[in-house]
Design a protein around this ligand. Structure first.
Ligand code: ADP
Ligand code: MG
Length: 570
């Protein structure tokens, strides 16, 4: 450390690194450049894990997924203006998903920005960030770093988690302080996300609703996965005996093969249930806003909702019994309140759910064995389903349209937080960032199942995967297009949606370009062999799985969200 006559010195670079490390934030998802290049270098020299990406959006997605997996804010670091804006997409996505992350971005000189005098990458980033994140702060003085990092952490993880922006004008990093004084400014955050137990009355109200339920259901969401109270959730589900429906990223909190899992009877339970316990899941578009045909007769249900955010209640439908608190505390409070009361569901309901689920699973199972040439989604997914069953520690990342919809319902997940997907926005391009974060944060093998279109939004990050030699196997469902690969435009010629991509593109060669393994798999046997090899070796692998261009469906399962023209002129 540099010394002066008054003793050892520190500066903004080192205080920022010390503040992060003091709070257990040891990984930075980074894209270097002015003015944060040296910050990344010093961070690595001081023992932090610095993962440098090719594009900020994916570094940001990785940070947000790290937040989801660890309950600590993932840290992303970007350069000014365009780099910042690229990272901001991920902050907005993190906030939408209720995942904690901190975007630290360098910015240019305040004096020049404030007078709009035209600096290198000039932008008033703090003002721009505000509407896209949960909280945004600027650090003007090195002596404020400790408190600013503490605030950023607390904002990201307390209450409903979200994305936080920390603006770092380049000049601040160079500000010098005496090391001893600097150390005193650091803050270790105590109990950043305090557990909160719901009130007695709220619990009693919920139990009263449960007592009268004849066809109860528990819907488990990714807020429950985030909470990491897996044991209490399981105890609640098993003690009530209620069927449960996992939202996509809640799959695996209880295994999809659990006898109470109603995933294969989704339509039936949504329609017929009369009491629904929402557990860390919002009643948003993914659940048709709790209304419409899918939910049966209007007014036929009473909802109990567990959520950390009191404002979530009544967002779409009336909540008969709101339980505000963290999932673990609320589930425990329900278990305590249930003692000595009869809330057991009638046998007819459980039988109805089970027989529907069994019938649907049987129907599906035959399709997963088919050997159609060209390979269809079901044949390929049958192979991947078996791979995850054989290796349940593998973390599944999944995006695409048909690739997402079908993999979600076909591939069983056996462990909590082992499925990461497009989240609340249903956004494409999260795959490589999510895969990298999953591998980096957990050390587990990752299997990323990607539509060819979805992969296109993040594909360059295969270089990052190869460079860090991460145990990631990417399987691209290559049907030569978006949704399908065989469309013709209404005006004749190629369709700008479905036939946009080069036919039989060799994505596998991208992986080989960076030293990874590439495989072109044209049938289920080739796919099985390649996946088996990748998952057992941990070698970065990209399997280009040829899928029938005619097998997909426009917009997958959400084609109904497309507006249609009344005039329809070609
Ligand atoms: P899904 O997409 O799986 O249905 P959502 O993201 O819509 O899940 O909902 C997650 C909900 O969980 C959010 O409303 C959020 O406020 C809530 N939440 C997040 N963390 C916790 C927690 N620790 N305890 C309780 N609720 C939480
Ligand atoms: Mg496609």
């Amino acid at each position: 450390e540099p010394a002066s006559e008054e003793g050892e010195l520190t500066d903004g670079f080192h205080l920022l690194i010390d503040a992060l490390k003091l709070n257990g934030l040891n990984t930075i998802y980074n894209v270097p450049g002015i003015p944060i290049t040296d910050l990344g270098r010093y961070a690595q020299a001081q023992g932090m894990r610095v993962i440098s990406f090719r594009h900020e959006q994916h570094a940001g997605y990785a940070a947000s997924v790290a937040g989801f997996l660890t309950k600590k804010p993932g840290v992303c670091m970007t350069v000014s203006a365009p780099g910042f804006l690229n990272g901001l997409t991920a902050v907005a996505n993190a906030t939408t998903n209720c995942w904690p992350m901190i975007l630290i971005s360098g910015s240019s000189e305040r004096e020049i920005v404030d007078l709009a005098q035209g600096d290198y990458e000039e932008m008033d980033q703090l003002a721009i960030a505000r509407p896209f994140c949960k909280a945004a702060y600027r650090l003007n003085h090195a002596e404020d770093i400790g408190i600013a990092v503490a605030r950023a952490i607390r904002s990201a993880v307390s209450g409903r988690p979200g994305g936080v922006y920390l603006d770092i004008p380049g000049a601040m990093l160079g500000q010098v302080m005496k090391a001893a004084e600097g150390e005193k400014t650091l803050v270790k955050v105590i109990d950043p996300a305090p557990r909160t137990r719901p009130s007695e009355e709220a619990v009693a109200r919920a139990i009263d609703v449960m007592k009268t339920a004849e066809r109860p259901l528990i819907v488990i969401g990714k807020g429950a996965a985030y909470d990491q109270s897996d044991d209490v959730i399981r105890e609640l589900v098993e003690t009530t005996g209620y069927p449960f429906l996992p939202m996509s990223m809640a799959k695996g909190i209880l295994p999809d093969t659990h006898p109470q899992c109603a995933a294969a009877a989704r339509s039936l339970v949504l329609k017929e249930s009369d009491c629904v316990i929402m557990m860390g899941a919002r009643i948003n578009w993914l659940l048709s806003h709790g209304k419409g045909k899918q939910w049966g007769e209007p007014g036929s249900k009473r909802f109990i909702q567990i959520d950390i955010d009191p404002e979530e209640m009544d967002s779409n439908v009336e909540i008969a019994a709101p339980l505000v608190g963290d999932v673990g505390s609320c589930a425990r409070a329900l278990l305590d309140g249930m003692k000595g009361t009869d809330i057991a569901p009638p046998k007819e309901w459980l039988d109805a759910v089970n027989s529907k689920a069994t019938a649907n699973m049987e129907k599906m199972s035959a399709r997963l064995q088919n050997n159609n040439d060209p390979m269809d989604y079901h044949a390929a997914l049958g192979v991947l389903k078996q791979a995850i069953t054989d290796r349940p520690d593998t973390i599944l990342v999944n995006e695409g349209a048909n690739t997402l919809d079908m993999a979600r319902s076909i591939i069983n997940i056996h462990k909590p937080r082992h499925r990461i997907d497009v989240g609340t926005w249903g956004v494409m391009g999260i795959g490589m960032g999510a895969a990298i974060a999953a591998a980096v944060e957990t050390g587990q093998q990752v299997l990323a199942v990607e539509g060819d279109s979805a992969f296109g939004f993040c594909g360059m990050e295969v270089e990052t995967i190869c460079r860090y030699n991460l145990p990631v196997c990417i399987v691209i469902f290559n049907n030569n297009g978006i949704y399908r690969g065989d469309g013709e435009n209404w005006g004749g010629g190629d369709d700008p949606a479905t036939t946009v991509f080069v036919k039989d593109a060799r994505y596998d060669k991208m992986m080989e370009a960076f030293g990874g393994k590439g495989v072109w798999a044209k049938n289920p046997d080739e796919l099985r062999q390649a996946v088996e090899e990748a998952l057992s070796s941990g070698v970065p692998t990209l399997i280009n799985a040829a899928i029938d261009p005619a097998a997909g469906k426009e917009s997958g399962n959400i084609g109904n969200l497309n507006p249609s023209s009344v005039v329809a002129q070609a």
